[in-house]
Design a protein around this ligand. Sequence first.
Ligand code: IVH
Length: 741
Amino acid sequence: MEITTELRAKTASLRKQLDDWAHAYHVLDAPNVPDAEYDRVYRELEAIERDNPALVDPQSPTQRVGGQALDAFEPARHQQPMLSLNNAFEATDVEAFDRRAREGLSVGEALLEYATELKFDGLAVSLIYRNGLLDRAATRGDGTTGENVTQNIRTIKNVPLRLRQPEDGTALPVLLEVRGEVLMLAADFKSLNERQRLAEQKEFANPRNAAAGSLRQLDPAITAQRPLHFFSYALGEVQTAPSDETTHEHLDRHSDTLDWMRSLGLPVGDFRRVVQGTVGLLAFYEEVGKARDSLPFDIDGVVYKLNDRSMQEQLGFVSKAPRFAIAHKFPAQEMLTTLLDIEVQVGRTGSLTPVARLEPVFVGGVTVTNATLHNEDEIARKGLMIGDIVVVRRAGDVIPEVMRSVPEQRPATARVFEMPTRCPICQSPVVRDEDEAVARCTGGWVCAAQRKQAIEHFASRRAMEIEGLGEKLVDQLVQANLLSNFSDIYSNLNLENLKNLDRFGEKSATNLLAGIQTSKSRGPARLLFGLGIRHVGEEVARLLIEHFGSLDAVAATSADQWNTLLEQKAQIQKDNQRRRTKGEPLELVPLEGIGERIIQSLRDALTITNAVTNAITNAVTNPVTNPVTYAPLQTEIQRLKAAGLVTDLPAASTIEGQSNAPQTLQGMTIVVTGTLPNYGRDALHDLIRAHGGKVGSSVSSKTSLLVAGSDAGSKLAKAQELNIVVLDEASFLKKFALKPD
Ligand code: IVH
């Protein structure tokens, strides 16, 4: 087919359009076209190029992925060596750097101007543009010779294949070498690893390794599937045409150079400043330090560069690094250390959690000595053996984590971790259900660890809220044999025996006893929650009490009665389905959200005298540890009641949770999701209840409204799908004029 002038012009205009959109999207971070429209034009261009092979141009946006898989990368020599930076770790290192610069320039005490930038944690690359077209891309290699990775770099969407004409009218240099960093965004890294896991392929250790592995693929089609990003941070070689008489003033200051590079369509990071003297440098370091965890990619520090080019040249280089620039590093987020041992901790419900004991290591700004390993499967997945050298990571406020071992450095003495078959605290047998990741101690209340934590939970803020009865004191009281059951809190403690405790004065004792007294009126829902029955959380406890009216009624419900209730529920749910299709009003489902699993757990706790059974087993295997006897839960409830605890719901008008607040949310079921700016989730739940609303745990057609905070996920999507009103915290509080008591 003959190629007409019109077709040529059309092709050029489609390419220009696609380049502009891609530039807005990838470089300016300001998308200005719907994806579908971009795709439509892209396909139109593809079709033209398919029908007219003579029109194909390597700079066309359709030609990012092309070429064959290579056998090996070609060596690529750098005209100007790719150097590295010296590092500063402390403020004094930065001050010394500035002093040396001032001395070298003989400027006395004058404040020097610096350009400050992020130190991207990726791989350095050099891109050569000839007459504005991407000609060659190379890795740093040994600084003199790298590898030619042009095919792969072309697949990176924010690397322009063609530079834009500078807006200030300056001519594009005939040769422009751009230096920068290739990296992978944290979110892309996460999803790449998820894909690798699903495909049973090796996962990458961190975004940097993932970027390196992706860039060093011999087949560009694979690199194209890896979402890489590029950020430019400097120029290398620049050659202007002899005929070019423009002044190129933008090359006089580094910060201007970066602005100019951005105007050519090159991606340049926004997070940079021009500052004066060390005070300015250190302020930038601090600013970035605070923002570090919310950046979309990893950085390992910041970079300071003397801004004035002639000053840069005057200072020059020492061995392999410039004197005019320095990297100020942040504390490393990953460090190597030795996994000294794996100990097992027993939780409130008997869960056994392996915990890594580590050779103390300074990572992410703190000294880390232990880290949870969650469960056996996790240890296997990470390939950890006791004695291994391991990578420990601590990023921001995130709790420290053992990432993996370094098997190449495994000592001969390393040994495999095995979950104990007996509880390390009470020696009761350990079981692990087939469908569970967690192993559990079967000791129940016989196990001092479980007992202590159960009592702690009972006394905790959201349960009985006993002021002063925290972890340490519970430990002491259990040790002193003053507490072996919940009810002992109310019957065993007095001024006499409390005062005899180590470091426990009369005042603390009086306060504690007052706190215990006050806690008696917390009401049956908080009491039921406080009993710590598996699967009976706050909301479930509240629902049960509201349904049955008292703790005794919940406890007295027989197996037959539970079954009848479940059958009734199922029937109503079935009828409701029919009603829904007919548009008839629905009937209220009793105990919505409470199913067999919860009921089973409740019944086990109340009927089977678990503790007693285990006490017997334990007494046989380990006769000395437990001289005390433990009451079954039913007995406990009776004792608590006898001690004067409120176990019935008060009359409707003063129902617990209701307050004097106006009942503005009466009849509404409200779900809260995501992180809220002001209220904690629990606090907002309380506020909703105090105003007569119900709190829902999942979004359904019965949800009246969803309060969504940041990072709201599936619940938000569900609410949108069901056309349910969604409000943020502020609009919710405003709309219903809600105020805390
Ligand atoms: S300027 C003359 N600026 O850090 C040296 N480098 O340790 C020019 N890096 O190899 C480097 N972010 O890979 C510069 N904003 C930035 C940087 C940066 C990351 C890397 C680069 C370099 C290494 C030096």
